[in-house]
Design a protein around this ligand. Structure first.
Ligand code: 1GP
Length: 228
């Protein structure tokens, strides 16, 4: 599923989006909708957004950040495992507790674990997870290869949420991955950055700009699709 996606919009259940805006997002030609956010995600706001996106044909996946907000009915569940944190609860601890508690309910075939590398020190996710964001390109590549070769993760996510990242670092990381799929997200505010990110990564995620400038957000779809 994910390996075919070039462009994805990430929608935050904790933020308002009108029916009209959602219609334009879902009809934009994007490959999928990812539902997720770092804070304020609840069962109710997740159900609400899922059911609104479900009126459209495109795939809709949940990026799980809070166990309380895991809603059945998505096409898949992305499970972030933060690699560059010293606090193991974000790498494996919460995951282990969730499986201990709810393992019998988990649709294993619908889960996709993401090797998450958090790279914007000012983002909520970096603060929350205590991520070590000051990493050289070599260090990031080594985390990505750890995910790929030691952990067997099929997806690596370079998460710059809120700021546009170092595309050379992203491109280098992808060059070193032979098995895992590389997702990039962060700071894409229009066609130009979207095209740059599409050159560097396998899948490009566009989030915040949907809420601040919808027209610019919509332009990113074609920019990514046009990039080889
Ligand atoms: C956030 O990677 C996504 O999880 C997208 O980031 O909101 O900065 O576009 P932006």
């Amino acid at each position: 599923m994910i390996k075919q996606w070039r462009h994805v919009f990430k929608l935050d259940p904790d933020r308002e989006i009108t029916d009209e805006a959602l219609d334009r997002v879902c009809m934009s030609g994007t490959d999928a909708i990812m539902v997720g956010g770092s804070s304020g995600v609840t069962y109710d706001n997740t159900v609400d957004l899922m059911s609104r996106v479900r009126r459209y044909e495109l795939p809709c996946v949940l990026e799980v950040s809070d166990l309380e907000a895991v809603v059945p009915g998505f096409d898949g569940y992305l499970i972030p495992m933060v690699l560059n944190t010293a606090d193991s609860q974000w790498l494996i601890g919460q995951h282990q507790r969730a499986i201990e508690q709810y393992g019998y309910l988990i649709p294993w075939d619908e889960l996709i674990a993401e090797g998450y590398i958090v790279l914007n020190a000012d983002s909520t996710v970096a603060r929350m997870t205590g991520a070590d964001t000051h990493l050289s390109t070599e260090a990031v590549v080594a985390y990505a290869q750890t995910a790929e070769r030691l952990m067997g993760l099929s997806v690596v996510y370079l998460e710059y949420s809120g700021t546009f990242g170092d595309m050379e670092l992203v491109a280098q990381t992808r060059r070193k991955l032979e098995l895992s799929h590389l997702i990039y997200g962060g700071g894409i505010d229009g066609a130009e950055k979207a095209a740059q990110a599409a050159q560097a990564a396998d899948t490009v995620v566009v989030g915040n700009i949907v809420y601040s400038d919808l027209a610019k957000a919509l332009e990113t779809v074609q920019a990514v699709k046009a990039s080889v």
